[in-house]
Ligand binder design. Structure first.
Ligand code: SF4
Ligand code: SF4
Length: 443
């Protein structure tokens, strides 16, 4: 039996994985139109390079990056550009987007073809392919992947960690891909290791996915420098810092990055996108999305074109929308966003849609009992109760001193609080206020 790795803190929400864990990934085909927001990742904004009435092919670049920490945006279907204007985003605000109406032909741009043998390419050539394919971290953070694959001189990477934790309840996209595309995944890891010149790969999978551990273990046995590390099933086991602590025994310093301790982490979907870009010449235009929750007729894992609206997706997988549908969460229930309406699109970072029917319970924000549960559950070892009180009183300098910027917004503190306090919301508010203050000071 392989040893089980973990970190200190965290919580154990119900997993609900069985609703979709045995559902093979089904392609959903070509949507009638796609809404492609220019801001799909952390970093420099994009500049649109198409106009209304232009005909575009799938895989064609629609918007180009304006800086190093940025990636291009590709059309996910062929058709006509019908709008370049602000459009509702899943976060609830309107942001610039390019809307393409399908011509039903699904024609692909020539530039999107051209498979390459990764071992014939240098690290720089591979990095360039990853950047040009528009790949960002697909576990939710959406940070441009080529940047994480470009450690500065003096920061050698010895360990690459494949994040197969998928610790959010309901979601099973990485699990299904580990089963269905295991060989591609191992090749993807080798591509990443070539880029980073990493000596070893650790394949980290939560213990609640025994079939995935078995498949990965079988394939990794033939690889000298690969190890499979089963993880304790606990949230947020898939957080980068928690994962590094658990499998490599290294502590990322406050305000630091995984590369400060010789590690880089990418999740399963991101590594498969790297494989698709290098081995198949395909840019990032599709996502695997788990649809689960209270309306189980729709439960499943679907391959979806980026930009498809949530409404069209749900109608395609389950016919008419149920009357009792009260909330749809994009992402998992711990870190996801409750959607303002269903006419917002699937983003590159979307990995799940959790449907909630009937009355959604709302907890009342009551005074703190000083029970300490939030402190015990915080994986970063912060003081959530204190931070929330400071945020309520607008004492942002004190929040900075209490390391509010290290909060990963995992929601473990809110989940565990018996007083139903809005801890993560208050701490997030303080974190972004402090970050904005720091940015202005620097500017
Ligand atoms: S303070 Fe931040 S990191 Fe700590 S449990 Fe709460 S949300 Fe998670
Ligand atoms: S868990 Fe809630 S009640 Fe307990 S100390 Fe933290 S904020 Fe206070």
């Amino acid at each position: 039996m392989l040893k089980e790795a973990t970190f200190k803190g965290g919580v154990h929400p119900p997993e609900f994985k069985s609703a979709t864990s045995d559902k093979a990934i089904k392609p959903l085909g070509v949507p009638s139109r796609v809404i492609l927001h220019l801001q799909q990742h952390i970093g420099a904004p994009l500049k649109a390079v198409v106009s209304v009435d232009d005909q575009v092919a799938a895989g064609q670049v629609l918007a180009e990056p304006t800086g190093f920490v940025s990636v291009p945006l590709h059309s996910s279907i062929s058709g006509k550009v019908v709008a370049v204007e602000p459009y509702p985003h899943p976060s609830g605000v309107s942001l610039p987007a390019i809307v393409v109406e399908s011509d039903g032909e699904d024609k692909w741009a020539k530039t999107a073809k051209g498979a390459k043998k990764y071992s014939d390419l240098s690290a720089d050539e591979l990095r360039k392919i990853v950047q040009q394919a528009g790949i960002v971290g697909l576990g939710g953070a959406a940070f441009p992947t080529h940047v994480k694959l470009s450690p500065p001189p003096g920061k050698p990477i010895d360990t690459f960690i494949l994040n197969g934790a998928e610790c959010e309840p309901w979601l099973t996209t990485d699990y299904r891909q580990m089963l269905e595309r295991s060989k591609d995944l191992i090749t993807g890891v080798k591509i990443v290791m070539r880029i980073l010149e990493a000596e070893r790969a650790l394949v980290a999978v939560e213990r609640n996915k025994p079939e995935a551990i078995e498949v990965m273990d079988r394939l990794c046995r033939d690889e000298l420098n690969f190890d499979v590390v089963p993880l304790k099933t606990k949230y947020p086991q898939g957080g980068e810092k928690q994962l590094i602590q658990a499998v490599a025994g290294r502590q990322v310093p406050s305000g630091g990055l995984p590369m400060d301790v010789g590690c880089v982490v990418h999740n399963v979907s991101t590594v498969l996108s790297i494989f698709d870009a290098v081995a198949k010449g395909r840019p990032l235009t599709e996502k695997v999305v788990t649809v689960a929750g209270d309306d189980l007729r729709k439960a499943g894992n679907y391959r979806v074109r980026v930009g498809m609206t949530v409404r069209e997706l749900l109608e395609k997988v389950g016919g008419k929308l149920p009357d009792g549908l009260s909330k749809v969460i994009m992402g998992g229930p711990m870190m996801g966003l409750a959607l303002p309406d269903l006419d917002v699109p699937v983003l590159k970072s979307t990995n799940g849609l959790v449907l909630m029917a009937g009355q959604v319970p709302v907890s009342r924000h009551r005074p703190c009992l000083r029970c300490g549960s939030c402190v015990d559950s915080c994986p970063i070892h912060l003081m959530p109760c204190e931070l929330a009180l400071l945020a309520e009183n607008m004492r942002f300098d004190s929040c900075r001193e209490y390391s509010v910027k290290d909060c990963i917004e995992c929601g473990s503190c809110s989940y565990t609080c018996p007083s139903g306090r809005n801890l993560v919301q208050l701490i997030r508010f303080a974190k972004y206020t402090v970050m904005e203050q720091d940015r202005r000071k620097k500017a």
